[in-house]
Structure formats: structure tokens, C-alpha cells
Design a protein around this ligand. Structure first.
Ligand code: PEP
Length: 254
């Protein structure tokens, strides 16, 4: 597939996999994906498995991501993990502002923006999630909600930092529901996001930002979704927990 930007497929394992289970999965993934060069492959295990998974993917093309991080560098923040701690395990990406964190941890756009800036300061590439709920879509507020999230969550970034940021468009109604946005719905929102970025930061920057789609991506819909001109990859939840489904998504995307 000839794309303007390099595809990036990331697996968000969420709160799944013990260290032993994570190693089983990563060893299987290595067999399937380690030599693949056409696309960036990122896996995001829970914090507890980062150390072992990091060792297991040395000398492969699979990159490591975390699912969250603190906006602070150190100090009295019980239960939090700082960018510098992630760097010890060669973490190169971090998912920020996932809808589950926005919903269960009340993370605001301002909080996500602070974390995004902290990630860049540590040279970790943030994957910043935005997306509307079903009620918001049905009320015709999709563009307003996503536009606001985008502006708020990316506030204060330089052009260079923005180009190294990945935006994940994840309609909340499609996450873990088996319900996927159609390729046309996804393309329309990705084009909207890129237009917003162009208006705020210029055409050149907007053309360099990679925008992932997330929400029940499966082997059967990956090809059509990734075939859309403004869809530059996928953030995969449930289907990233098994070697066959995740590796087929990656291979079907190429
Ligand atoms: C996600 O949580 O980021 C996600 C896209 O989940 P799923 O693929 O399971 O819908």
C-alpha cells in the first residue's frame, strides 16, 4: 500500500497479561512480525511487564510503548510512573488521554497536554487519543468535541513536537464494542483532524502528523480502514491480545 505517511500499528494491552503471559505473546509476535519493515509496530504492555518485554524485543523491529505516564518528573505522586522511569526500559511511545482514562480517572485535556509535553521533553512519542461518545455523535457534536480535545490536548507543542506526535482518533462508541466506524466515517474524521491541525499549525506540519484509527479494529476491517488516505495506522485493543489477530491486522494493513 502506497501511503503518504508510514503506517503505525500499536497494540494497547490494557490491564491484561502477567509477565509470563506477556512473554508468551511477545515471543509469538516476534516470530510473526520481527522482520517486518514496511510498518511501525508498537506494543503497549502494562507497566509490570515493560522490563521483561523490553529485553525480549531487543534487535527486532517491534517497539515498546506505555499506556500512561505522569506529567511530573519525580516526587510525591503515589502510584504514578515518570517518563524517566519508562526510558529505563527503552519505551519509545506512550498512550495519553485514552478514553478509559478520561472516563475513569477524569483526565482533562489540560492534564493530557501536560503529559504530552512531558513525554516530548523525555523524547518519548505520545499517542494522544481523542474521540466522541455515542451521545455526542447522535447530538451532532462530533466535530466540536474532537476539535476541542485536539486543541486542548496538544496545547503548547512546537511544530517539531507536533510532527512527532501521533493522534489516535478513537470514537468511544467503537471501543471494545465490536462496533467499528465505517471506513468513510473514519476517513471523514481523520480529514477533519488534519484540517484542524493545518489551520492551527500549517499545512506542512499537518501532512506529517500520523493519525491512527482505534475502535474494534480486526483483521477483517484493517485493510479497508488503512486504505483511507488520512488513516495512518491503528490503535488496537482487544485484537492485540492474541498473536494471530494482531499479526493479521499488521499484515493486512501493508
Ligand atoms: C482501545 O482501547 O484503544 C481500542 C481501540 O480497543 P478495541 O480495539 O478493543 O476496540
Amino acid at each position: 500500500m502506497n501511503k503518504e505517511r508510514r503506517l503505525i500499528i500499536a497494540g494497547n494491552w490494557k490491564m491484561n497479561k502477567t509477565v509470563a503471559e506477556a512473554l508468551d505473546l511477545v515471543n509469538d509476535l516476534k516470530r510473526e512480525l520481527a522482520n517486518l519493515k514496511e510498518v511501525d509496530v508498537v506494543i503497549c504492555p502494562p507497566f509490570t511487564a515493560l522490563s521483561e518485554v523490553s529485553k525480549a524485543i531487543v534487535d527486532t523491529n517491534i517497539r515498546l510503548g506505555a499506556q500512561n505516564m505522569s506529567e511530573h518528573n519525580f516526587g510525591a505522586y503515589t502510584g504514578e510512573i515518570a517518563a524517566g522511569m519508562l526510558k529505563e526500559f527503552i519505551v519509545r511511545y506512550v498512550i495519553l488521554g485514552h478514553s478509559e482514562r478520561r472516563q475513569y480517572q477524569q483526565e482533562s485535556d489540560e492534564c493530557v497536554a501536560k503529559k504530552t509535553r512531558a513525554a516530548h521533553a523525555a523524547s518519548i512519542r505520545p499517542i494522544v487519543c481523542v474521540g466522541e461518545t455515542l451521545a455526542q455523535r447522535e447530538a451532532g457534536q462530533t466535530e466540536k468535541v474532537v476539535g476541542d480535545q485536539l486543541r486542548g490536548s496538544l496545547a503548547g507543542l512546537s511544530a517539531g513536537q507536533l510532527e512527532e506526535t501521533i493522534v489516535a482518533y478513537e470514537p468511544v462508541w467503537a471501543i471494545g464494542t465490536g462496533r467499528t466506524a465505517t471506513a468513510q466515517q473514519a476517513q471523514a474524521m481523520h480529514a477533519f483532524i488534519r484540517a484542524q491541525l493545518a489551520a492551527a499549525h500549517g499545512e506542512l506540519v499537518s501532512r506529517r502528523v500520523r493519525i491512527q484509527y482505534g475502535g474494534s479494529v480486526k483483521p477483517s476491517n484493517a485493510r479497508e480502514l488503512m486504505g483511507q488516505p488520512d488513516v495512518d495506522g491503528a490503535l488496537v485493543g482487544g485484537a492485540s491480545l492474541e498473536v494471530r489477530s494482531f499479526s493479521e491486522i499488521v499484515k493486512n494493513s501493508i
